[in-house]
Design a protein around this ligand. Structure first.
Ligand SMILES: Cc1cc2nc3c(=O)[nH]c(=O)nc-3n(C[C@H](O)[C@H](O)[C@H](O)COP(=O)(O)OP(=O)(O)OC[C@H]3O[C@@H](n4cnc5c(N)ncnc54)[C@H](O)[C@@H]3O)c2cc1C
Length: 290
């Protein structure tokens, strides 16, 4: 390993502060590439050592266990991969651009479409990989092209239609999103802002946006709402240690004190068992557990 690369790789890096749950253990290896060349080097190193790769954006949809993540965690650091450009109704955003920044800028440009994503705290890379969104729409709807780098170092470019956007997935597998191209629609700045305010107010009323969480824990089963099933199971406010089913939105688990990842997982299992017992529905995880 050359010295420059050696300086970039950290060992036993605590991941707690990199996730919105604020829990979790260590990454055995951790790197923060700040540009494509560095990312390529880091991936080459991972490949040469046969390391598992874990991609970390803003950590707002990940639960890191209390133990060690065995492999190389590649974190897109704040401020890197941060280019955001516009030409007419087309917008290009690199993976590290925060979703709130993208939404804010496009609204200033009088471009509508992304209002539905207001209140989602992730990065563009994470949002594309997860096809982030909700009842008002998803990011995949607006994507025209996506550039990625495979864990094997190969670059890819996909046009709309070549990315399989599904419910909370873009089906990209072992690839890191580098950049997304979006095509939005012209609109009035005032109307876009108004729509954003309405959606944000609705979310603030119904979701614990200021608590430590990772958003919705479970996917909605077809035709049903996971939150409603958990609520009807009488689990709002149910706790395991410092982990609690939110009283505002039953599909959010919040770290209300100093929860461990183990307590959050235990609560997840209990909620699943109870919903299965009462309704015969097995809830699938939306969040990623490392
Ligand atoms: C308060 C709150 C509200 C939320 N509301 C919503 C909501 O309404 N709708 C919704 O969909 N989500 C919601 N989320 C979850 C989360 O914010 C989104 O899924 C977000 O898009 C994840 O982005 P991230 O950068 O934090 O990804 P991370 O949490 O870091 O990663 C999530 C997944 O994406 C992968 N990933 C991250 N970056 C990249 C990349 N560059 N290339 C390839 N893969 C990558 C990771 O490996 C992981 O599998 C919410 C979370 C919180 C805390």
């Amino acid at each position: 390993m050359d010295k420059v690369l050696r300086d970039r790789i950290r060992y036993e890096q605590c991941l707690k502060r990199y996730t919105t749950f604020k829990v979790g253990g260590y990454a055995s290896l951790f790197a923060e590439p700040t540009n494509r060349e560095e990312l390529q080097e880091v991936l080459d190193y991972g490949k040469s050592q046969g390391l598992g790769i874990f991609v970390l954006g803003k950590g707002s949809n990940i639960l890191v266990r209390d133990s060690i993540v065995e492999g190389l965690v590649v974190h897109i650091p704040t401020g890197a991969f941060n280019r955001l450009e516009r030409k007419g109704e087309q917008v290009w955003a690199e993976a590290g651009v925060s979703l709130p920044r993208l939404i804010h800028r496009t609204s200033e440009w009088g471009l509508k479409g992304l209002e539905a994503l207001v209140g989602i705290p992730g990065s563009v890379g994470g949002a594309v990989a997860m096809n982030a969104g909700g009842k008002h729409g998803t990011i995949g709807r607006w994507i025209e092209e996506v550039s990625t780098i495979g864990y094997d170092g190969a670059l890819h470019h996909y046009k709309r239609g070549e990315v399989d956007f599904q419910y909370r997935s873009a089906g990209l597998g072992e690839q890191i999103v580098l950049e997304a191209g979006l095509k939005l629609e012209k609109g009035s700045v005032e109307e876009i802002r108004q729509r954003m305010r309405e959606i944000y107010e609705e979310k603030k009323r119904t979701q614990p946006l200021c608590s430590k969480s990772a958003g919705c824990v479970f996917k909605n089963p077809p035709g049903q709402s996971a939150g409603a099933l958990i609520d009807q199971s009488g689990l709002k406010g149910f706790k395991v240690g410092g982990a609690m089913v939110s009283r505002k939105h039953a599909n959010f688990i919040i770290n209300w004190g100093s929860a461990t990842a183990g307590q959050i997982l235990e609560l997840i299992y209990r909620v699943r068992e109870e919903v299965k017992r009462q309704f015969g529905v097995w809830l699938e995880l939306e969040i990623k557990v490392w």
